[in-house]
Design a protein around this ligand. Structure first.
Ligand SMILES: [Zn+2]
Length: 353
């Protein structure tokens, strides 16, 4: 097992966000990563510092104008006048506007909702979150002779900010660059079929949109019903893909209040669909916001449940890259990640025997 992090991911520090008609205190805070990092340490597992892979794999998925916006938005924002807020945030949503007419027009074009503020150091963290994820993809791409196939079988990326809500050219839902899509696309250089399984509390509509017409990347998601729940505009069962991609987008929206056995009922169906696809690599978008006491939870997964989830992913017996994304019950992130990691290490010990 490999575990990746980069310290630059701590720099992004949102001050507020706007959701459901209220200005709110951020849940996506640097302390989340501090807590996550305690888990491998407690289990005596090594954490690798991610190397820089570069901007090219990011631009293979996202528009150049959008990436430039993420990079330069803050400096352009504070240069407008002294009345600007401390973070780039829009109250105007107009994706088709001309982005050449000022930072407010750019924000209206590239921020899809009020929950993706951009501060002074956000881009550094956003970029290094993608780099952290890309390290796992690179390890598989560079292992042509399978010399390291055992240690590359399970790779865990502690990524912050998360990615699955990010669109080709828009930020939203605490997400800026779509790390799962970036590594899936990057892996396609060598691997024919990539499956993304998303078990975050929220539907990853950014991933769905990016691969909606494709049959080389399967997207399957278990999430809270999007009726009156983020991302609101996508995540229903009837969204199955288009053209060649029809049937390669599989959503399992859970009724709000689903218990743990209900969650695993949907996870099992999601894994069954994934096995039929027979992918070369699995990308698992893991959200700890399905945890029963998480402020975002609409289902009731226990700490022990994350161990079971890891065992189920391991049992598919394919190389897996796990992206740790949502999870806002900060005081439980360490314990919940330990439970998840122990699901893999238990299996690994048996293998080694
Ligand atoms: Zn989430």
């Amino acid at each position: 097992m490999k575990i990746y992090n980069h310290e630059n991911q701590m720099l992004h520090h949102p001050q507020s966000y706007f959701s459901r008609g209220k200005m709110r205190q951020p849940q996506e805070k640097p302390e989340r990563l501090t807590e996550l990092l305690k888990a491998p340490e407690a289990l005596n597992l090594k954490i690798m510092m991610a190397d820089e892979i570069g901007i090219a794999p990011i631009l293979a998925v996202h528009d150049l104008g959008y990436v430039n916006f993420l990079k330069n938005a803050y400096s352009e924002w504070i240069a407008v006048d002294e009345d600007m807020g401390e973070e780039v945030q829009t109250t105007i949503y107009m994706p088709n506007n001309n982005d050449g007419l000022g930072i407010l027009a750019k924000a209206a074009k590239y921020q899809a909702d009020g929950s993706a503020p951009i501060g002074e150091h956000s881009w550094t963290s956003i970029y290094w979150s993608a780099q952290t994820a890309l390290n796992a993809a690179e390890a598989l791409l560079n292992d042509a002779d399978h010399q390291n196939s055992n240690e590359n079988k399970v790779q865990i990326c502690l990524t912050r900010p998360a990615g699955h809500h990010a669109r080709k050219s828009a930020a939203g839902g605490f997400c800026y660059l779509n790390n799962a899509a970036i590594i899936a696309e990057h892996l396609r250089q060598k691997f024919q079929k990539i499956a993304i399984i998303d078990t975050d509390m929220h539907h990853g509509q950014g991933i769905q949109e990016l691969f909606y017409d494709r049959n080389d990347v399967l997207y399957t998601s278990v999430h809270g019903s999007p009726i009156n729940f983020y991302p609101v505009v996508a995540g229903h069962e009837h969204e199955r893909g288009v053209g060649a991609g029809y049937g390669y987008n599989i959503n399992f929206p859970m009724p709000h209040g689903t218990d743990e056995s209900g969650f695993f009922h949907y996870v099992d169906q999601s894994i069954d669909a994934l096995k039929l696809f027979d992918p070369d690599v699995i990308v698992h978008v893991l959200g700890f916001d399905v945890y029963k006491d998480d402020p975002q939870a609409k289902c009731h997964v226990s700490t022990e449940g994350f161990k079971i989830l890891a065992e189920k992913i391991q049992a598919i017996n394919k190389p897996v890259i796990v992206l740790v994304e949502g999870g806002y019950c900060i005081e439980k992130l360490n314990e919940n990640l330990q439970a998840f990691l122990s699901g893999f290490t238990a299996e690994r010990t048996i293998d080694n025997d």
